[in-house]
Every structure is written in structure tokens, then in C-alpha cells.
Design a binder for this molecule. Structure first.
Ligand SMILES: NC(=O)c1ccc[n+]([C@@H]2O[C@H](COP(=O)([O-])OP(=O)(O)OC[C@H]3O[C@@H](n4cnc5c(N)ncnc54)[C@H](OP(=O)(O)O)[C@@H]3O)[C@@H](O)[C@H]2O)c1
Length: 318
């Protein structure tokens, strides 16, 4: 456990994960410095926010000066990953190398690629597709940097996340906002395949647990998740919490691929069909054996998320 005196640099401080991590750190009495390009973040008072690009090594070296831990929580335009991620990886590593602070990278599970088995940390990085293969190369670069003593790095991997502050996600505003308004949820994917979801506060808590354990560096850790559920089951539970009818509209894959000819974002999403056309199960037993932290139950996470969406009074997306 931390003594509360460390300085954490949260890179990508204004996204849902960066904000959640910052909130948990502030609640623990730790010091936080945030970095994002806009220099604007809805962070609590007392948090220092810097404007800067994580892809710029000098910026990262300056921002990381004096930091005890670096959290990589950047998220980039889904249609520009190939161009935007590689320099950000190098920037994060430059900051970690110069400061000597451990880097916790908030990763997803694309690097595991299509599988017929639960996803484990020891699966080889995939060569499948564009974004999955890119994430596998990013992971390999991070772990090689650790291996060579260039920087100290751990990868903390979450599945599709949901929770307060999460709007752009498979289980985000296109599901919660319409259901609260009594309209059908608009879904991509498959309604009836079991799928592992991550509750965002569990993601942040897992990053902090790894940050507190120097011996856990140099490895991949899967965030603990509640048991998998189908999208239809999730929609039913959200609607029950919202007091509305559980209605859902699922965009079929052939239509998504057709629309992808005209809409770049849908084109990028089409290659992720493998996450939805079969059970998408994540094994987090290694994390719980090491850290003992159980995942937040789905009922608790959904109730907190519905409460957050109610507070926002968001218009339901068309
Ligand atoms: N969405 C999911 O379901 C999911 C699941 C598992 C893992 N993840 C991973 O979790 C991470 C965080 O996701 P998120 O949804 O919280 O991210 P996000 O909202 O997409 O982005 C977080 C922040 O990154 C900042 N940013 C973007 N480019 C930057 C740059 N070059 N330099 C500095 N800051 C930059 C942005 O602020 P500015 O625009 O002001 O710079 C933004 O506020 C990502 O790596 C994502 O792959 C996501």
C-alpha cells in the first residue's frame, strides 16, 4: 500500500480512465499531475494539469520529472491508430526512462486476437488484422523496453469498459442514454454471445494495485471482471434499473461492413467482429491470485452507471 506521498503522472488525464484514476488517487491522498493536449481536465482541485502531446519525447520527459509513477491512459482517434500510437508509445517510454518511474500502460485485449478459449496473459501477441496486430506490437515494444532495462513497464489489460464517465464504448451512451429515455439501445456486436465487460473503477484500481507492487512490473495483468453476460442480458438489467422496457437494435455485421465503405469508424470496427461472434471470455485468475481483489458485481456497476447517466441528463443519440 502507498504511503500517500508519491507523485503520479496521469497521461491522458481527461478521458474516463484518467479521470477515474485521478479521483481514486486524490481519495488516497496522493499527488497527481495530469497531461493531455488541451490542458483541460475535469479534475478535482489541487490536481496540476499540463498541456502537451505525449507523442513528443521532450514534453514527456519534462512532464515526468519528479514523478514516482506514470500511468498511460491516452486514447486516440480510432481511425488514426497506425499513425498516432507508435510515437505515443515512444513518448511514454522516454518519460519512464528519464524519470526512472514505473510506467503502467492501460491496455485493451486486442493483442490476444481471435481465440476459441478464455484470454490469458501468456497468449502470444496476434498478427491478426490491423488494430489487433498493432496493439500486439505495442505490447512487445513495452515489454522489450522493460527486459532491456530501458524503462520499467507493466501492461494492465481491460475488456470493453463501462461505468460512470464512460460515453464512447460498446457499453456506453448508445446503450445507457436511450434505455433511460425509454428508447431501444443501439448496439454493435451480437446480442446473445457471452462477453466480458470491465467496470471502469476496477480498471483504475487494478492499475494502482500494480503500481504498488514493484515485483509485478515487466508483466501483463488482466483486470478482474464480473462473470460474462450477453448484451441482451445487460440491456434487460439496465432497463430494469431505469424502469423502462428492454429494447435493443443490433446492427448486423454485413450492414456494418457495407456502411464501412462510407464511414471510416465503422470500417475500423468491422475487423473486431471476432470479439462478438463467439464467447469473449477473459481469465483474470492470475491477478486475483496475486492481489486478491475481487471484481465489482455487475449489479453494483450498472446501478452506479445508471445513476451517473441520470445526473448527466444526456440527450439519447439518434
Ligand atoms: N474504451 C474501452 O472500452 C477500453 C477498454 C480497454 C482499454 N482501453 C484503453 O484505455 C485507454 C484510455 O481510454 P479512454 O477511453 O479513457 O481514453 P480517451 O477518452 O479516448 O482519451 C483519453 C485522453 O487522452 C488524451 N490524449 C489523446 N491524445 C493525446 C496525446 N497525444 N497526448 C496527450 N494526451 C492525449 C485526450 O485528451 P486531449 O484530447 O486533451 O489530449 C483524452 O482526454 C486507451 O488506451 C484505451 O485503448 C479502452
Amino acid at each position: 500500500m502507498s504511503d500517500g506521498s508519491r507523485l503520479h503522472l496521469v497521461v491522458g488525464c481527461n478521458g474516463p480512465l484518467g479521470l477515474e484514476l485521478t479521483a481514486q488517487l486524490v481519495a488516497r491522498g496522493e499527488r497527481v499531475r495530469g497531461l493531455c493536449r488541451s490542458g483541460r481536465a475535469a479534475a478535482p482541485p489541487g490536481v496540476e494539469i499540463l498541456a502537451g502531446d505525449a507523442a513528443d519525447r521532450e514534453t514527456m520527459v519534462r512532464a515526468a520529472t519528479g514523478a514516482d509513477v506514470i500511468h498511460g491512459c491516452v486514447g486516440v482517434d480510432f481511425t488514426r491508430w497506425r499513425e498516432l500510437w507508435p510515437p505515443i508509445v515512444e513518448g511514454l517510454l522516454a518519460g519512464a526512462a528519464a524519470s526512472g518511474a514505473p510506467l503502467l500502460f492501460a491496455d485493451n485485449l486486442y493483442a490476444c486476437g481471435p481465440q476459441e478459449q478464455p484470454l490469458r496473459e501468456d497468449l502470444p501477441g496476434t498478427t491478426f488484422g490491423s488494430k489487433p496486430a498493432l496493439r500486439a506490437r505495442m505490447a512487445a515494444r513495452f515489454l522489450a523496453a522493460h527486459e532491456r532495462g530501458e524503462a520499467r513497464v507493466a501492461l494492465v489489460r481491460a475488456s470493453d469498459f463501462y461505468g460512470p464517465r464512460v460515453r464512447l464504448s460498446w457499453l456506453g451512451e448508445r446503450v445507457f442514454a436511450p434505455l433511460l429515455a425509454g428508447r431501444p439501445a443501439s448496439l454493435l456486436g451480437e446480442a446473445d454471445q457471452p462477453h466480458t465487460f470491465t467496470y471502469l473503477p476496477d480498471f483504475a484500481a487494478a492499475m494502482l494495485a500494480v503500481a504498488d507492487a514493484p515485483a509485478a512490473l515487466g508483466e501483463i495483468w488482466h483486470v478482474p471482471n464480473a462473470p460474462p453476460v450477453t448484451l441482451r442480458q445487460v440491456v434487460t438489467r439496465i432497463a430494469a434499473l431505469a424502469g423502462t422496457r428492454p429494447r435493443l437494435r443490433v446492427l448486423p455485421w454485413p450492414l456494418l461492413r457495407l456502411l464501412g465503405l462510407f464511414v471510416p469508424l465503422l470500417r475500423e470496427l468491422a475487423e473486431l467482429k471476432f470479439q462478438w461472434d463467439r464467447p469473449y471470455l477473459v481469465d483474470h485468475s492470475r491477478f486475483t491470485a496475486r492481489f486478491g481483489t475481487p471484481p465489482t458485481p455487475l449489479a453494483t456497476g450498472l446501478a452506479a452507471t445508471v445513476a451517473w447517466y441520470r445526473e448527466q441528463e444526456l440527450p439519447a443519440p439518434a
